[in-house]
Design a protein around this ligand. Structure first.
Ligand code: F6P
Length: 548
C-alpha cells in the first residue's frame, strides 16, 4: 500500500501551529524560557544508547512539541513507518519499495519484496563482501604480476561515491594498510590527479553504479581501463576491476568477471546505498567486521525509530523541529557542524540525502505544494567553521537552525586538544542561545576604560541577539556503530519530513533534465555546430568552441 496523501497545510494541527507561532512563539525568548524553568533541559533531551540529544535550545515550549506531535499523528506517521519498513511501494513514481533498512536488518529478519523474503540474498551478498575484503586485505588476492593490492579506487558518483567516501574518511582511525581513493567527477583533470601516482600492478578498481549507465562513471572507468592497459593485457582487467551494480549485463560487457560483480537491488536508492555492496570500499578500508558494526549501529537506530513513542523518538523529534523552523519561522537552511575532522564529509553526504530526497514541489496528490519543503543543508567541521562562516549564524539576518555533533572521547586520547575542541562546541551553542546584551557590551567597555564616544559607536556592532536555535548531539565516541546510528538517524529524519510534507522522497526526476541536455550539447560540441538554444547558451557555446 502506498503512503497517504494528506496535505499538511490543511490539517487542524498545522492551523494550530500557525496560530501558536503568530500569537506566542514568533517573538519568544529562549533565554527567558530557560530563566523561567530550571528543568527545561531535562524536559527537552533524549538519551538513547551512546547518544544524548539536547534539543532544549530551540524556540519551543511543551505546547509546540505537542502540536508538532499532533501533526505527525494527523498525517498518520505511524502507519507510514510500518509501510516503509514492511517494503510497501512507497516510492510510487518509480514503482519501488524503499528498503535500505533491510540491508542492516538482523539476519533472521523476514523482509518481503513482492512476497519474497530478500534477507537470504542480502546475507549472501554480505558474505561475498566479507570474503572478498578479507582476500584483498590479507594479500591473498593478487594483481596481474602476483603482487598484493596496495590501493583501491572507488569509481562512482552521487550515492555511489558520497556514502563510501564519507564513511571511509569518518572511520580513518579504524583503517588498515590499503589506500582507498575516490574518483567521481567526469572532470578528466580530477581523474589524472587521482591516478598519476598509482601503480597499475597493485591497484584494484571498484566501479560502483547502480544503473551502469551513468556518463561520469562509465567515462571515468574507460579512461582508467585505458591507463591500466598501457601496462597490462586485456585478460588482466578481470583481476583488477570489480563492480557493484544491478545491471549485470552491462558490467560483464565492460570485461568484468561475473564472479566479481556485487549485486544490489532496485529497492535500494543510490543515496541510501552505502549499506549494500556500494559499501564495498568501506569494507576494504576498515575490514568487514567494522563494516558489519556500521550496519549493526544503523539497525539499532532503525529499531529505536520503529518502536519508540514519538515524543522520545530522536529522528521524529529532529524532523518535527526542522519542520517548525522551515514552515513556520521561514528558515531556509540548516547547518550541520560536527566537532571532529573525521566527519568533514558528513554535510556533503547529507546534502544528497536531504536535498535530492526532499527537494520536491509536487505533493503526493499530484498538485503543487502550497508550503515550503526540502531544507538546504550545509556545514563544515568546528572549529574551522567558526573561523569561516559562524559570523553569519551569530549576527546575520537569517535564521539558521544548527545541529552540533560532538563526541565525549577522542580516538587517540589526547585530552588537551579534545577539551579545547569541546569547549568550543559547548561555547558556541551557549553563545547562540544567550547572545550578548547591550548592558554586557557596555560593562566590558567600562572595564577597559573605553571613551563613552567610542563605546556608543561600537556597542550596536558588538551586541549579539542570541535566540538562535541549536540541537546538540553528544555521542560517547566515534565508532563504526555510532556512525551507523548517526547516518540512520538522518535517513529517518528525511523520511519523516517527506511523509509530513506529502512528497515522494525517494525519486530524483529533477536530475534528469540537465543530463538529457548535456548529452545533446556534447553532440554539438563534438560536431562543432551549435544548434538553436537561448541566446545566452548560444553565446557561451560559440565562445567555448572558438577558443577550445
Ligand atoms: O544524481 C542522480 C543519481 O541517480 C543519484 O541518485 C545516484 O546516486 C547517482 O545518480 C549515481 O547513479 P548510479 O549509481 O546509477 O551510477
Amino acid at each position: 500500500m502506498a503512503l497517504g496523501k494528506t496535505n499538511p497545510s490543511g490539517t487542524v494541527a498545522w492551523e494550530k501551529l500557525r496560530e501558536h507561532f503568530y500569537n506566542k512563539m514568533q517573538t519568544a525568548s529562549m533565554t527567558e524560557m530557560f530563566a523561567n524553568d530550571s528543568t527545561r533541559a531535562e524536559k527537552f533531551n533524549l538519551q538513547w544508547n551512546d547518544f544524548l540529544v539536547d534539543y532544549s535550545k530551540n524556540i519551543i515550549t511543551q505546547e509546540t512539541i505537542d502540536l508538532l506531535l499532533a501533526l505527525a499523528k494527523e498525517v498518520d506517521l505511524k502507519e507510514a513507518i510500518s509501510k516503509y519498513f514492511e517494503g510497501d511501494i512507497i516510492n510510487e513514481t518509480e514503482n519501488r519499495a524503499v528498503l535500505h533498512t533491510a540491508l542492516r536488518a538482523q539476519e533472521d529478519a523476514v523482509v518481503k519484496v513482492d512476497g519474497e523474503n530478500v534477507m537470504p540474498e542480502v546475507y549472501e551478498v554480505q558474505q561475498k563482501i566479507k570474503a572478498f575484503s578479507e582476500e584483498v586485505i590479507s594479500g591473498e588476492r593478487k594483481g596481474f604480476t602476483g603482487k598484493a593490492f596496495t590501493d583501491v579506487v572507488n569509481i562512482g558518483i552521487g550515492g555511489s561515491d558520497l556514502g563510501p567516501a564519507m564513511a571511509v574518511e569518518a572511520l580513518q582511525f579504524y583503517k588498515n594498510q590499503l589506500n582507498v581513493h575516490f574518483i567521481s567527477n567526469v572532470d578528466g583533470d580530477h581523474v589524472q590527479e587521482k591516478i598519476k601516482n598509482l601503480n597499475p600492478e597493485t591497484t584494484l578498481f571498484v566501479i560502483v553504479s547502480k544503473t551502469f549507465t551513468t556518463q561520469e562513471t562509465l567515462s571515468n572507468s574507460e579512461t582508467v581501463r585505458k591507463w591500466f592497459l598501457k601496462s597490462a593485457k586485456q585478460e588482466d582487467v578481470a583481476k583488477h576491476f570489480v563492480a557493484v551494480s544491478t545491471n549485470i549485463q552491462k558490467v560483464t560487457e565492460f570485461g568484468i568477471n561475473p564472479d566479481n560483480v556485487f549485486p544490489m537491488w532496485d529497492w535500494v536508492g543510490g543515496r541510501f546505498s552505502l549499506w549494500s555492496a556500494v559499501g564495498l570500499s568501506i569494507s576494504l578500508a576498515v575490514g568487514f567486521d567494522n563494516f558489519d558494526k556500521l550496519l549493526k549501529g544503523a539497525n539499532q537506530m532503525d529499531e529505536h525509530f520503529k518502536t519508540t513513542e514519538f515524543d522520545q523518538n530522536i529522528p521524529v523529534i529532529l524532523a518535527l523541529l526542522s519542520i517548525w523552523y522551515n514552515n513556520f519561522f521561514g528558515a531556509e537552511s540548516e547547518a550541520l557542524i560536527p566537532y571532529t575532522q573525521y566527519l568533514q564529509k558528513l554535510a556533503p553526504y547529507l546534502q544528497q540525502g536531504i536535498m535530492e530526497s526532499n527537494g520536491k514541489s509536487v505533493g503526493r496528490d499530484g498538485n503543487p505544494v502550497n508550503y515550503q519543503t526540502g531544507t538546504i543543508i550545509w556545514g563544515e567541521p568546528g572549529t574551522n567553521s567558526q573561523h569561516a562562516f559562524f559570523q553569519l549564524i551569530h549576527q546575520g539576518t537569517k535564521l539558521i537552525p544548527t545541529d552540533f555533533i560532538g563526541f565525549v572521547k577522542p580516538l587517540y586520547g589526547d585530552s588537551d586538544h579534545h577539551d579545547k575542541l569541546m569547549s568550543n562546541f559547548f561555547a558556541q551553542t551557549e553563545a547562540l542561545l544567550n547572545g550578548k546584551t547591550e548592558d554586557q557590551v557596555r560593562a566590558e567597555f567600562t572595564k577597559v576604560n573605553l571613551s563613552s564616544g567610542q563605546a556608543d559607536f561600537l556597542t550596536p556592532f558588538k551586541v549579539f541577539q542570541g535566540n538562535k536555535p541549536t540541537n546538540t548531539l553528544l555521542i560517547d565516541k566515534l565508532t563504526p556503530e555510532t556512525l551507523g546510528s548517526l547516518i540512520s538517524l538522518y535517513e529517518h529524519k528525511i523520511f519523516v519530513q517527506g511523509v509530513i510534507w506529502n512528497i515522494y522522497s525517494y525519486d530524483q526526476w529533477g536530475v534528469e533534465l540537465g543530463k538529457q541536455l548535456a548529452n545533446s550539447i556534447l553532440e554539438e560540441i563534438n560536431s562543432g555546430t551549435v544548434k538553436s538554444h537561448d541566446s545566452s547558451t548560444n553565446l557561451l557555446l560559440k565562445h567555448f568552441l572558438a577558443k577550445k
